[in-house]
Design a binder for this molecule. Structure first.
Ligand code: ZN
Ligand code: ZN
Length: 242
């Protein structure tokens, strides 16, 4: 009974606050006026961790020492893309924004993520690029979500950079969700999962993804684009898993 009463009071309070503030910050839950990018408050937005200055030149992985240029992963397993940059680390407000876009149908979160990418080192990737290509989803998954979230992100970035977007990559087979797999399995899971359906001869291509984890997705996207004639493949992701 007491729980019910407490829930009612909370409901009334939430209703009261929502008269003034449309919804609480998706990250800290507080009802705050100074929303940046619609879903998270200014303090959570400003607390998003950028990629540290000491990080792998190839994939952005934070490193303990500036003595090394590349992380162990990039040193041992040669990547097919030339460079990947991300807006920040996949935690706190940035993680929240990616989740809103991917799992809560909040398409507007793509706008905030695009802004974060353009305010980071990733912005330089679009210089001299001829094509922006989103990481494709399997058709059934895309139908279930109603949209491909990386395509939303890529199209906003295309508008801001004037680099043309192309949906030239397709997923040629179903794959298991990457987050359920170990490193080795992730690589095998995605091997040759993508195909370019148009030639991209001579283009410098920027592949857009949501989260960069092991690089398996980006590497396979690069493989397909290089086979289709791309001159160079770069990667831009909203976040880097830590
Ligand atoms: Zn907040
Ligand atoms: Zn690396």
């Amino acid at each position: 009974m007491r729980e019910e009463a407490a829930a009612r009071v909370k409901g009334i309070m939430d209703g009261f606050f929502s008269l003034f503030y449309p919804s609480p910050c998706a990250c800290c839950g507080r009802y705050i006026k100074d929303f940046i990018g619609m879903y998270i408050c200014a303090s959570c937005y400003n607390a998003i961790s950028p990629i540290p200055a000491v990080s792998c030149v190839k994939c952005g992985k934070p490193l303990d020492t500036a003595a090394l240029e590349e992380c162990g992963e990039c040193g041992v397993y040669k990547k097919l893309f030339s460079v990947v940059r991300q807006a920040g680390l996949y935690e706190k407000g940035l993680k929240e924004l990616v989740w809103l876009l991917k799992f809560s149908g909040k398409k507007e979160a793509a706008r905030v993520l695009a802004k974060l990418i353009m305010n980071s080192k990733a912005a330089a990737l679009f210089e001299g690029a001829g094509l922006i290509v989103p990481v494709p989803m399997a058709e059934q998954a895309r139908r279930e979500r109603g949209y491909n979230h990386t395509e939303l992100l890529a199209s906003i970035l295309s508008g801001q950079t004037s680099v043309k977007m192309s949906r030239c990559l397709v997923k040629v087979r179903e794959t298991a969700p990457q987050n359920s797999l170990e490193r080795r399995e992730r690589i095998m899971n995605l091997k040759r999962a993508f195909k370019a359906i148009k030639p991209v001869n001579g283009f410098v291509v920027v592949v857009v993804d949501d989260v960069y984890t092991t690089g398996a997705t980006m590497n396979e996207a690069a493989r397909a684009l290089l086979e289709a004639g791309a001159k160079e493949v770069r990667g831009a992701a909203a976040a880097r898993a830590v």
